[in-house]
Every structure is written in structure tokens, then in C-alpha cells.
Design a protein around this ligand. Structure first.
Ligand code: PLP
Length: 866
């Protein structure tokens, strides 16, 4: 079983291995390695591997939920025997295994570009992972993103281990009854039949123990092999635990606040312990959303027990941590009362009672008095990012106060825009077409724009043929799914049969599928049903709509939206033209993002941090029709889809009105006419499809995204982490001491005098009319005991660029030697600023060991002068 025996090839402990919890089924020798294939989620993004499993027994493959492990365990012996002598099957099998071996053994982007960084080891923590429909441990976009991240990390050769939870009951299966009400059904998964294995230590299941109030909990460790990397999953459903504790990892986002905090403790604290137990020692910890932020506490504890002073321990943790935030509204961030945290972390604090207040303050939100997981993550991560340019900006504004009220543009939260895993989401038919027109290495080099220019030369016929085939497949799938739903709901045979005539393969088809969260406004297009009816029932140019999505079981307004969509879909004039499907998952998402003509997305701006389903649609030639929120604000170029509304700030009601009008107007005047402007082929539509594929695929894939994470965060973090711990944590201690000294003495820093009245034309000013005239100003700053070279003095002013004010920062130079504790500074600034208070001077601490300029939120500024 080659790659499975030791999940951490070369880095893990030798006695640690992943194994079956049951007797692995022996397969006939000629097809023996199918088990190995089934246990590597690589199969989920290799079309040939998926085809191979489907080919073994199409019905059982469907029944298994496309789970190859279950398929292999449930096939009859006679079937296996027959396959192992079937020449066609064997040659397909050999061809897949060859691809697999080549994949597992080849060197990739990381090895080729960062060969000298072999020491990098990333741990990626996330509450959910969406790899494939056969491993149901995700709820929506966040999980899919984590899954796609890990897949690309493997493709690119980045050494990464994932950490998550294994939910016995998954998220939930959604059923929609005949009144349109969502029924949330819990499943009970048999882990022995999922594409995961349990981790063993010397022939005993590895157990991680974590302390909870009054008892300890044993966690089993499972692992999913994702290409070359391993994702560890923790599971509290163990005999040794009390019945209630066994339920702690039962359900993703289930239970109450107590369950939530316990799950987050298991993930963060249990996760760090589990990595230690398997012998994986990361130098980069990536917190994917605040849920996982407790990981910092367990690492802190480790360092404190080594005898490191508290602040040096915090610096050490920060040096090795990256945090990605996904939530653009304050209410969306996980918070707990301090009392709850004290209670649940009681045993954790026992040995650390001295540091309890310091630790609690790492997560304290001073405005609300609550413990906020995002604050904990911000305080313990050196590098932080949002998930689109706009979301980065929104996050910087949201956390401005947290960083000492500096300008929002300077708040140290960057952005790395989300992407999707191309080979998972782009239909094999498209990939085959691209194989014929793009270079042989287009998949590896998918982030290179030039690769994609060749899309222009693909004949329109070929483009339309692929699209039409995918659309037909999708319609067949939709009809099947609706018929199943009606049969289950006990509807009449007539109602079941009727579904066969639903959806017209020639009609312009719009898809809307995502979680039913209210901010996503699934019912926006229903605001004027009269106008919608005209669009849908136009006999020459009909439009049809497909909806799907789950609402969280506690989200009643979200469930009300499902009911509303369902009711509209049952109105006589919309029957078979507006449909809503139940149980949206990865499998259904593939059909929809590959098969519709237009992907509609109309969230309340700016509440969609990024959104990714539109990216999946784009690479399949499906045109985005979206509010300029999240990724679309940067992806839309005027010709590769359509925008809904503007980028201005508007109140919700005004936005709703503007967006509604824009949806109908754009459909009526642009989208419908363009689609139906066809002779034999809709050439103008196809031209837009090509622009969508060509302009969006290279940017919004996870190869580009993970390369960005690697170069902007993982590499610098791993390097810093190594520096901070070397020589007995010398730098970590220095940074901590430095910060403490600066913090306690900063009150001495005063700007005592600015001389701008005598400002004269600076000798350095070029006599060029294009340049503003410059004038010198000086400022005197008192530092007290702080060394003046530990601070930067800057002039700050704002310049009007277009309709926005942009901040300008000019460093001031120290003039001569400091006299006593006073130092004079000089800068040249545009002369018009000198009149009146058009600029300010500020002083801030600096250090070459800072990760970012505003690491210490201490800024003394003349803005505060009265
Ligand atoms: C991609 C995906 C999502 C995320 O969709 P958004 O439009 O970005 O919210 C959610 N659920 C599933 C099943 C997906 O495949």
C-alpha cells in the first residue's frame, strides 16, 4: 500500500501508520491496487479514475454516493473476478494507475521554484473540508475552498497537512416536502466505508486526549489522503467517552454554543496535539477562519511549559501563524462569553493559572466584553488576509480600531482572492477540448494568462457542442432529481411523470445555487413577478430558472426563502420553468455550474466575502450575472459577463431597488437578446463565453491562489518561524522585550513643535511645472527613554484622486544629533499643504523584526492636537 503505510513520508514517526479498521477486502491480483486508488481522494479530480469506478458497476456506483471504498467493499466476488479478466477494464485500470504513479512521484511547482525551501511544513486547520460528495464533512463555500486549497497544494507539491473534524452525521441531508418546507435529516456514516483510514500507533488506534471540565475526552484520528498530502480528522465517537461527549463531533455546525466551543477546542487544541502525536512539526500554521484559532493556545502552552516568558511565547506563535478571515460582518464572527471560555478552558488553565488573564485578553473584544475567535486569530497570526480585494478592504475597515485607529488602508490585513480547483470543477469535456488547443502543460500552468489566449481560436461549433451536451446532461439530472423528490413525497404518478417535460434544452437557463442565507437574497428576482412572468413565458425567447441550496437548520428566515422559491415554482405559469432542487451538494453543483447558461448571484453588497460558485461557472463557459461583490468586483471586465448594480455604497433598501431593476433591465435588454441572436449558432454569445473562460480561468483557480499563499505567506512565515526559535528563541525574546519596553514608555513620545510657518521652497524641488512646489517643514519630537531610531516620524496627508481621498505618507529625516531626548526632523511636502492643517505628523515604533508596520498599535499623531 506504498504511500499509505506512513502518512507523513519521511517526517512522521516510524511506528505511526494509517490502517483499515476492518479487514481490507483482498482484491484479485490483477486489480489489487484499486483499494489504494479508492483511498486517495486524487480519484475525485481525475476523470479517468471516476470513470473506472463507474464502469465497475454503474448502479452500485450511484448507490454508494460515488464512494469507491464502499463500491469495492460491496461488489460481489464474481464481479471482481470478471473485471480482473476483462481486457478493456484492465487496460483502463493500468492507464489510471500509471497516471496516479506519475502524479505521486513527479516533482511539481514547489520543488521546481522553491527547491531551497524544503523545510517548509504547513498545517492547514479548518472546521470543514469539501473534497468530494463521498466525504460529507462540509456545508458550503468555506469547506469547498478548504478542499480545493488542499488539492492544489498537492498538485503544486506544497508540503501541507490538513486538520479537521470527522462528523459522524455530517452536515445534514436536505429534503423539501410538498409544502416547500426543508426537512433536515441526519445521517449516520460508517467510517469504515468512507475514503479515510484510521491512524494507528503500534497496532493500537492512536488516541489524543484533551481535557474538558471534569473529564478528559479521547479522540480518534483518521486521515484522508489527498494526492500527496494527508488531512487528519478528529473524532470523539469513542467507547471511552461519555455518551454526550461522543456526540461532540457528530454534526458540523450543529448543537448550541457549548457544542460549538467544544468542537473548536477539539479542532484547535486537539489538532495541535494530534500533529505532535503523528510526528508532524509544522513551521506554518494556517487558521482557515476563526473556528480554528484555539490552535494558538495549545502552542502557547507548549512554549510556556518550555519555560519561555509569556510574551516571547506569543511572538513565537505569531511568527508561525497565518490567518484567513472569511466573514465581512461583525455578527458573523464566532464569539463566546468570557465565562464560557473560562469554564471550557478551565482544565487548560489549571497549569497556566499565572497566565490566564493574559491568554483571555488575546481574544477579548473590548467593545463587547466577549471572547472573539477572530480577535484571537488576529492577535496570534503574523500574516492575515481576506479572500477578495473588496473583502480585504472591508476587513481593514472592520478591524481599524483594533490596530490603533490608523488609516484603513494601512491596517495589516491583505487579501488573497479565492479560487476553485480547476480539475475538480471544469467539465472533462471542456478539459478535452482545451487539450486540443492549449499547450500540453496548460493544467500545470493554468495561472498563466498567455496559456489561455488560444481559447480564441477554438471553433464556435466546438464550444457550443460541449456546452449543449453539458446542458442536456444537467437537464436530465434535474428531471431525475425532481421525479425522485416527488416520488418520495408521495405525489401522484401524473405529477411524477410531468417532470419529464420540465425545462427546455433550448431555453436560456439561469442557475442560482448556494446556501440559503438571507443576505444572498434568493428571492430578489421575484420582486416583480409580472415582469418575471413576461421573461419566462416569452414564447420565442423563454427564460428558465434553477434554484438549489440548503439553509442552516436554525436559520428560519433562510428556510422561509426556500419555501418562497418553492411556492413560486409551483405556480401554474412557472411550472417546469422555475424549479428548485433539494440537497445541494458537490455532485449537484458540478451539474449546475457546468450546465446552465447564466450564473446569477445577487448578494447584498459587500456581504459576499468572495463567492466561488461563479468561478466554477466561469471556467465552464457559463456567464456570470452578478452583483459587483466579492471576487466579481475584480473579475468583471465589462465583456466577460454582466454586472448587477454599482459599486457605490447604498442602504439595503436602495440597493435592493437598484439591483432588482438592474436584473430585469439587463435580462430584457442585453442577456435575452444576445442569447437568442442566433442563426445556426449564437456567435456573439459564444464570443462572450470565450472571453469568460479566457479572462477568468487563469485568475480564479486554486493553483494561482495557493501559489499566492505560498509566496506571500507560507515562505516568509516558515522563514520567520525558524529565525524566531533559533538560538534559544533569541529573536522571539528580543521582540517581546522590545515591545514591552516601547509599550510602557511610549507615553513619553510627544510631538512638541512643528515649524511650517517659516517653510521655504525646498532646494530639492525640481523646477518642473508638473511637480507641485515643495516646502520644507520641521518637527521636534520628544522620545523620553526610547531610542529615536526605534521610531519613524512621518508626514501624512490626503490627496484627491478621482472621487476618493488617498493617503500619502512621507518619511521625515532626522536632522543632526539628538539633543537630550529631543530630536528634530525634516521633510519636504507640497507647499499648498502648509497653509492650514492639511497634513499631520505622526510617530510610530518600528523594528526590523516586525512582520508588518503596524504590529504595535501605538501611533502618536498631531491629528489629536486640539
Ligand atoms: C461552490 C459551492 C458553494 C459556494 O457557493 P457560493 O456561491 O460561493 O456561495 C456552496 N456549496 C457547494 C456545494 C458548492 O459547490
Amino acid at each position: 500500500m506504498g504511500t499509505h503505510e506512513n502518512p507523513n513520508k519521511g517526517s512522521g514517526r516510524q511506528d505511526m501508520h494509517a490502517a483499515f479498521t476492518h479487514d481490507a477486502r483482498p482484491l484479485p491480483q490483477p486489480v489489487q491496487r484499486l483499494m489504494e486508488l479508492a483511498y486517495n481522494l486524487w480519484f475525485s479530480w481525475n476523470a479517468d479514475a471516476l470513470k473506472l469506478f463507474a464502469q465497475m458497476d454503474a448502479a452500485k456506483w450511484e448507490q454508494s454516493g460515488h464512494n469507491p471504498v464502499r463500491l469495492l467493499l460491496e461488489l460481489d466476488d464474481s464481479q471482481l473476478e470478471a473485471l480482473s479478466t476483462n481486457g478493456d477494464f484492465l487496460s483502463a485500470y493500468r492507464q489510471v494507475m500509471e497516471q496516479f504513479d506519475e502524479y505521486m512521484n513527479s516533482s511539481a511547482w514547489f520543488q521546481e521554484n522553491h527547491a531551497d525551501r524544503g523545510y517548509v511544513k504547513v498545517a492547514y486547520f479548518s472546521a470543514e473540508f469539501g473534497f468530494h460528495e463521498s466525504l460529507p464533512i462540509y456545508s458550503g463555500g468555506l469547506g469547498i475552498l478548504a478542499g480545493d486549497h488542499c488539492k492544489s497544494a498537492s498538485d503544486l507539491g506544497i508540503p501541507l497537512a490538513g486538520m479537521g473534524l470527522l462528523y459522524k452525521k455530517g452536515y445534514f441531508t436536505q429534503k423539501i416536502d410538498i409544502s416547500g418546507t426543508q426537512q433536515a435529516e441526519l445521517n449516520q456514516y460508517d467510517f469504515a466505508k468512507l475514503p479515510i483510514k484510521q491512524v494507528f500507533d503500534n497496532d493500537q488506534p492512536l488516541l489524543i486526549s484533551i481535557d474538558m471540565p471534569g473529564r478528559s475526552i479521547s479522540l480518534q484520528v483518521w486521515c484522508a489522503q489527498v494526492g500527496r498530502n494527508v488531512i487528519y480528522l478528529l473524532d470523539a465517537d469513542h467507547d471511552a467517552n461519555q455518551p454526550a461527549d461522543r456526540e461532540l463531533t457528530a454534526q458540523l455546525y450543529g448543537g448550541n454554543q457549548d457544542t460549538r466551543i467544544a468542537q473548536e477546542i477539539i479542532l484547535g487544541i486537539g489538532g495541535v496535539k494530534a500533529l505532535r502525536a503523528v510526528g508532524y512539526y509544522p513551521n506554518v500554521y494556517h487558521i482557515n477562519e476563526g473556528h480554528a484559532a484555539f490552535l494558538a493556545l495549545e502552542r502557547l502552552k507548549d512554549l510556556l511549559q518550555l519555560g519561555l516568558p509569556f510574551h516571547a511565547a506569543v511572538e513565537t506563535v505569531r511568527s508561525a501563524t497565518v490567518f484567513t478571515t472569511h466573514t465581512p460582518v461583525p455578527a458573523g464572527h464566532d464569539t463566546f462569553t468570557i465565562g464560557m471560555v473560562e469554564h471550557f478552558l478551565g482544565p487548560f488553565f489549571q497549569e497556566l493559572s499565572r497566565h490566564k488573564q493574559d491568554i483571555l485578553s488575546l481574544g477579548l473584544d473590548h467593545r463587547t466584553g466577549q471572547f472573539n475567535m477572530t480577535h484571537l486569530a488576529l492577535n496570534t497570526a503574523g500574516l492575515r488576509n481576506g479572500v477578495s480585494k473588496l473583502h480585504g478592504q472591508v476587513s481593514r475597515e472592520m478591524f481599524r480600531e483594533f490596530h490603533g485607529n490608523i488609516d484603513a488602508g494601512e491596517v495589516p490585513i491583505d487579501s488573497i482572492t479565492n479560487g476553485v480547483h480547476l480539475q475538480t470543477w471544469m467539465a472533462p469535456q471542456w478539459q478535452e477540448l482545451l487539450d486540443r488547443f492549449l499547450s500540453g502543460t496548460w493544467r500545470q500552468e493554468q495561472a498563466n494568462r498567455h496559456q489561455w489566449q488560444a481559447v480564441e481560436v477554438i471553433p464556435d461549433e466546438s464550444i457550443w457542442k460541449v456546452h449543449a451536451e453539458l446542458k442536456e446532461n444537467m437537464i436530465r439530472y434535474v428531471r431525475h432529481s425532481l421525479a425522485e423528490q416527488r416520488r418520495r413525497n408521495g405525489e401522484s404518478q401524473e405529477r411524477i411523470d410531468e417532470v419529464r417535460g420540465y425545462l427546455n434544452p433550448k431555453a436560456l437557463t439561469i442557475g442560482f445555487a448556494r446556501r440559503f442565507a438571507t443576505y444572498k437574497r434568493a428571492n430578489l428576482i421575484f420582486n416583480d413577478l409580472y415582469r418575471l412572468r413576461k421573461l419566462i413565458n416569452d414564447t420565442d425567447r423563454p427564460v428558465q430558472l434553477i434554484f438549489a441550496g440548503k439553509a442552516h437548520p436554525a436559520d428560519y428566515p433562510g428556510q422561509e426563502l426556500i419555501r418562497e422559491v418553492y411556492r413560486v415554482s409551483q405556480r401554474k405559469e412557472f411550472l417546469g420553468k422555475i424549479v428548485i432542487l433539494e440537497n445541494y451538494d458537490i455532485h449537484m453543483a458540478r451539474y449546475l455550474v457546468q450546465g446552465v447558461d447564466v450564473w446569477l448571484n445577487n448578494p447584498r453588497r459587500p456581504m459576499e466575502a468572495s463567492g466561488t460558485s461563479g468561478q466554477k461557472a466561469a471556467m465552464n463557459g457559463v456567464l456570470n450575472f452578478s452583483v459587483l461583490d466579492g471576487w466579481w468586483e475584480e473579475g468583471y471586465n465589462g465583456t466577460n459577463g454582466w454586472a448587477i448594480g454599482s459599486t457605490g455604497k447604498a442602504e439595503w433598501a436602495a440597493q435592493e431597488k437598484e439591483n432588482t431593476e438592474a436584473i430585469y433591465r439587463t435580462l430584457e435588454q442585453e442577456i435575452v437578446p444576445l442569447y437568442y441572436n442566433q442563426g445556426a449558432l449564437p456567435h456573439q454569445w459564444i464570443a462572450r463565453m470565450k472571453r469568460s473562460i479566457e479572462s477568468l480561468s487563469p485568475a480564479y483557480n486554486t493553483h494561482r491562489m495557493v501559489q499566492d499563499y505560498t509566496e506571500l505567506t507560507y515562505l516568509p512565515t516558515a522563514q520567520r518561524a525558524r529565525q524566531f526559535v533559533s538560538n534559544g528563541y533569541e529573536i522571539a525574546k528580543q521582540v517581546a522585550d522590545y515591545k514591552r519596553f516601547i509599550r510602557s514608555n511610549w507615553y513619553h513620545v510627544k510631538i512638541i513643535c512643528i515649524d511650517d510657518r517659516s517653510a521655504k521652497i525646498s532646494s530639492a524641488t525640481p523646477m518642473n511645472l508638473e511637480q507641485p512646489t515643495m516646502k520644507d517643514i520641521t518637527a521636534d519630537v520628544m522620545f523620553g527613554p526610547i531610542w529615536h531610531l526605534d521610531a519613524l516620524v512621518e508626514v501624512v496627508y490626503y490627496e484627491e484622486i478621482g472621487d476618493a481621498w488617498e493617503q500619502r505618507v512621507i518619511p521625515m529625516e532626522p536632522l543632526g544629533a539628538s539633543s537630550g531626548q529631543k530630536q528634530r526632523y525634516r521633510a519636504s511636502i507640497p507647499s499648498h499643504l502648509v497653509h492650514g492643517p492639511h497634513f499631520s505628523v505622526r510617530v510610530r515604533p518600528t523594528s526590523s523584526n516586525f512582520v508588518h508596520a503596524f504590529e504595535l498599535p501605538l501611533v502618536t499623531s498631531t491629528l489629536n492636537w486640539k
